[in-house]
Structure formats: C-alpha cells, structure tokens
Design a protein around this ligand. Structure first.
Ligand code: RP5
Length: 164
C-alpha cells in the first residue's frame, strides 16, 4: 500500500497530527511524519515533496497554522494529492490558517479540511488510497457502519431519557 506523508510546520501542531495518525493506525495505513516548515526549512519541505512519489507516498497531509503556506508549498512541488489542515495556533483562532490554506489560486490545488481537522484529513487520504484498494474501501465502509451504529445507540439513549 502507498504511504501517507504527513508534514507539519512546527511540533506545536502535533496534537492535530496525532488525531490523523491515530485514525490512519486504526485503518492499518502506513505513514511517515516530518516537521518541515515552508518558511523555516523551505529546502527540506521542497525536497520532501519533490521526492514523495518515488519514495512510495500516495497522498500528503500538510498541517500548519498562522500564515499557513505549507500545504500550498508542498503542492507546488508534487502532483500527488495534498490535503491541507489549517491549525488553530494564533490570536485569530485558525481563521488565518484556514484562508491561507484553502484559497489556493488556480493550478495548484490543496484539498482543505476543517480547522484542526486531523481525523478528516486522515479519512480523506484513506479514501484517496481506496480508489485503487478494495480491501481499504471495505474497511472504510465498515467504519462508517460502526460510526452510524454508535450514533443510533446515542439516539436510543437520549430518546429513552427525554421522550416521555
Ligand atoms: C506555523 O506557525 C506552524 O505550523 C505553527 O502552527 C505556527 C506556530 O509555530 P511555532 O511558533 O509554535 O513553532 O508555521
């Protein structure tokens, strides 16, 4: 199976990244994590993106906060799909990172998830890999069914308590 590459702009983004790695672990998807910043270590970020396809990655998750240009910078250097996670790390509550990540000009797409959306970034990367992997698609279907069953259990509990 292709790996998911995960890049974060700072180790202060780790709590968001752990949500992604936990989700990938639960689906048995291999991943590799790095701290590469678009502005502090631009050379390393560029090299990672340029070599990602030949290094066995199928999709890249890039997480950053504030003036978050990491996902766009990674996307500029690979044609692998890039998923951006805007991180909440400043006085602007992540709105700065959201706009910086989502508003890519035409030509270099970044698929942007919610602010601090580590789980959905992992699930979207799994869905991308599952296009060519039936076994992984089956796991994703099973997870959706289990998640739905959990919600219906909560419905029963709430209804039993409040619907007199
Ligand atoms: C961004 O700046 C990082 O992705 C992080 O979210 C934010 C703050 O970084 P630190 O000052 O905590 O290293 O580049």
């Amino acid at each position: 199976m292709k790996k998911v590459g995960i890049v974060m702009g700072s180790d202060s983004d780790l709590p968001v990244i752990r949500k992604a790695t936990d989700t990938l672990d639960s689906l048995g998807i291999p991943f590799e994590v790095h701290v590469y910043s678009a502005h502090r270590t631009p050379k390393e970020a560029k090299e990672f993106a340029e070599n990602a396809r030949e290094n066995g990655f199928g999709v890249i998750i890039a997480a950053a906060g504030m003036a978050a240009h990491l996902a766009g910078a990674i996307a500029a250097n690979t044609t692998l799909p890039v998923i951006g996670i805007p991180c909440k790390s400043s006085v602007l509550d992540g709105i700065d990172a959201l706009l910086s990540t989502v508003m890519m000009p035409s030509g270099i797409p970044v698929a942007t998830v919610a602010i601090n959306g580590g789980v959905n970034a992992a699930l979207l990367s799994a869905q991308i890999l599952a296009v060519a992997d039936e076994a992984l698609a089956d796991k994703l279907n099973a997870k959706r069914a289990a998640d739905a069953a959990a919600v219906l259990d909560k419905d029963k509990a709430v209804a039993a308590e409040l619907n007199k």
